[in-house]
Design a protein around this ligand. Structure first.
Ligand SMILES: [Zn+2]
Length: 396
């Protein structure tokens, strides 16, 4: 490949809510140099990508994944994988993100900070994968949601200590567990877990270090605890009442709904061998989840796209499904695309680097055969994916 490249585009969806016909995207050293009206004459130092009948948009950003988790294995086989096997799955999963147009992922929880190692392998060029923003292990209460892979922490001092340890290990953000969840036996999704004071200690430490925070938060009381403690993003947000929505708007807190996570569990059900308690809890939360999402959207809560990929039957190459569900629940196609690009970059604190097609941004680009503004499923018609201006996926 040449250092300079130009994409001759039929349509450009810029990630900011705009769509223009017949544009040229000029790329130099992995960054967007400029975007102009399409010119047929191209200087010889530029390599040309002919996408005149295609749609060019920013690469998708998935704000909530568990990239080392194997998906689709029967029973509890995924839980019994060795570290080596998990690494192979991680590699395969990262390729699945790229192949489905995702050029950045935020990993929110793996055991033993393994995501930091896989990120290092990607950044050094040892393996191919999307850009990564990583939380390492989450901070949870003893026996609380995520305890098997998290740092069990009780009391303000222990929470603060673990936050500092995670920052020392080099995490990009810290994830806390404000409530119970669907996947851990014996805990109810609605119940509050880490206290407001415990979360405040973690959040203070993260913010002092210039890092953001995210929380798994499903029940109303736990969501409010996290909001009062100063959290930056609410993951799932299943039981949002009006006070939660008001607080989120007032404090500019992101919602990453992960609508597909319970949806995939409900669809797979007991027939696929999922445990009773998981299916029961997913069914219990699904309708409330959709209702909370619709109210948050209608009232202008800031929304970013995440799937919680790595949970049961929630495949790593299926970010499109989250966009399809958003549209099914009343979001416009354009809004869904903005949520998955500009908003997601903003939620991750990397909007100055990526998330839109604008001069100076990294050339993280998704080229589609069909227009997702006409039908959101067209987001699946991936033709080519560029990461920092380098083609990493090209289909026939
Ligand atoms: Zn998750």
């Amino acid at each position: 490949m040449k250092e300079k490249m130009v994409i001759q585009a039929g349509w450009v969806i810029d990630g900011c809510g705009g769509c223009r016909r017949d544009q040229s995207i000029w790329i130099t050293e992995g960054k967007i140099e400029k975007i102009s009206e399409r010119k047929e004459e191209i200087p010889s130092e530029y390599e040309c990508i002919d996408a005149k009948d295609k749609v060019v948009m920013p690469g998708l950003i998935n704000c909530h994944v568990h990239c080392l988790n194997a998906v689709g294995l029967p029973g509890d086989a995924a839980d019994r994988l060795t570290t080596m096997e998990r690494a192979y799955w991680g590699l395969r999963n990262l390729q699945a993100y790229l192949a489905s147009g995702v050029t950045t992922v935020r990993n929110l929880g793996t055991m033993k900070n393994y995501d930091l190692e896989i990120k290092k392998a990607v950044e050094s060029g040892l393996i191919e994968g999307p850009h990564m923003v990583c939380s390492g292990s989450c901070i949870c209460m003893t026996g609380g949601h995520g305890w098997k892979s998290g740092l069990e922490s009780d009391g303000v001092d222990e929470c603060r200590k673990h936050a500092r340890q995670q920052l020392k290990a080099g995490v990009d953000l810290i994830k806390v567990m404000a409530t119970g969840g669907v996947m851990t036996e014996g805990v109810e999704p609605g119940s509050a877990q880490l206290s407001e004071e415990e979360m405040r200690a973690v959040i203070e430490e993260a913010h002092k270090a210039g890092r953001r925070t995210a929380t798994h938060a499903q029940g109303t009381e736990g969501i409010k605890n996290a909001l009062r403690a100063g959290i930056d993003s609410i993951e799932h947000g299943i039981f949002l009442d009006q006070e939660c929505i008001d607080l989120m708007k007032k404090n500019g807190v992101w919602l990453v709904p992960t609508l597909v996570a319970p949806q995939c569990i409900v669809e797979a059900g007991l027939e696929k061998g999922l445990p009773d308690y998981v299916v029961r809890k997913a069914n219990l939360v699904k309708d409330a989840h959709v209702d909370s999402f619709k109210r948050a959207y209608a009232q202008g809560v800031k929304i970013a796209m995440g799937t919680d990929a790595g949970t049961p039957y929630n495949f790593h190459d299926n970010s499109a499904y989250e966009l399809e569900l958003m549209v099914r629940y009343g979001v416009s196609e354009m809004d869904a695309l903005v949520f998955a690009t500009r908003n997601s970059a903003d939620c991750l604190g990397i909007l100055d680097q990526t998330g839109t097609l604008e001069e100076g941004k990294r050339a993280d680009i998704l080229i589609l055969n069909e227009n997702p503004l006409e039908k959101i499923d067209n987001i699946r018609s991936v033709w080519m994916v560029l990461k920092s201006g380098r083609p990493v996926v090209k289909k026939a």
